[in-house]
Design a protein around this ligand. Structure first.
Ligand code: GTP
Length: 235
């Protein structure tokens, strides 16, 4: 495998599948199998998952829910997804540990960096729930932060597009995909890979990012095998 330790960031919306809200069981199962494949291949795997399929702090503001309150609600939404993913992984006999950035001892270990690393060394998938535990930070930022903390080799952003394009491929049919791009180019061209906080964290800590289509079966394993899947942002 090209990478030994990775952090996989999954969006909450991706878990909806074709649904408008919540969790699609088939999609959840599919992701669990994709993850199992790389774990079985010996990749130490940590996961951060979003919560947008259940609740989004930013949107809630429009409905009169104060931003910080909304963000905490969003963090709880990530825990629901994290628990669902944990259950799906355990169902197919993948060892997991769930750590939460907000203390909720009955359902998850608290986030303890050293313990997370130990779990990874033992081949367990570590799922980090509740974002960073702070409002005003996205789950992309949580993913970057945790990836740096556990000394991951790369952060994998699994999305529904297969990489970074010259323009939004859903709006501009002439857009082309980069297979490789540097952090500087992303800054210069104003491309959107992650929010700026998350992206800057990766840049400053020399953590490469791979953006790829998580919904295509086998893609995650192909990325681990070093195939040119999606776009890699490097130095
Ligand atoms: P090792 O120490 O490497 O053997 O790891 P371990 O996770 O198996 O040991 P530990 O005794 O810490 O945990 C046993 C089980 O309890 C695991 O499933 C943990 O996820 C769970 N666990 C540990 N601490 C907590 C906690 O604070 N809250 C909850 N809900 N579960 C916990």
């Amino acid at each position: 495998m090209k990478y030994k330790r990775v952090l996989l960031k999954l969006s909450g919306e991706a878990l909806m599948g074709e649904k408008q809200f919540g969790i699609d069981n088939d999609r959840l199962k599919q992701y669990a199998y994709e993850i199992k494949a790389i774990v079985d291949a010996g990749v130490e795997t940590a996961i951060v998952i979003g919560g947008g399929n259940i609740f989004r702090g930013v949107q809630a503001e429009k409905g009169g829910i104060e931003r910080t309150q909304g963000d905490y609600m969003g963090m709880l939404a990530t825990m629901i997804n994290a628990m669902a993913l944990q259950a799906a992984l355990e169902h197919i006999e993948v060892d997991t540990r769930l750590q939460s950035a907000i203390e909720m001892k009955q359902i998850a270990e608290p986030f303890i960096r050293r313990k997370a690393i130990r779990h990874l060394e033992k081949g367990r998938v570590v799922i980090f729930g509740a974002g960073t535990g702070n409002p005003f930070f996205t789950t992309d930022s949580a993913a970057s932060l945790r990836a740096i903390e556990i000394d991951a080799d790369v952060i994998l952003k699994g999305t529904r597009v297969d990489g970074i394009y010259t323009a939004d491929p859903e709006k501009d049919p002439s857009a082309t995909r980069y297979s490789k791009i540097t952090f500087d180019e992303v800054f210069q061209k104003g491309l959107k890979v992650m929010d700026m906080t998350a992206f800057t964290l990766c840049n400053e800590n020399k953590l490469p990012i791979i953006v790829f289509d998580m919904n295509k079966p086998g893609n995650l394993l192909r990325v681990m095998e070093g195939e040119e899947v999606g776009t890699i942002v490097e130095f």
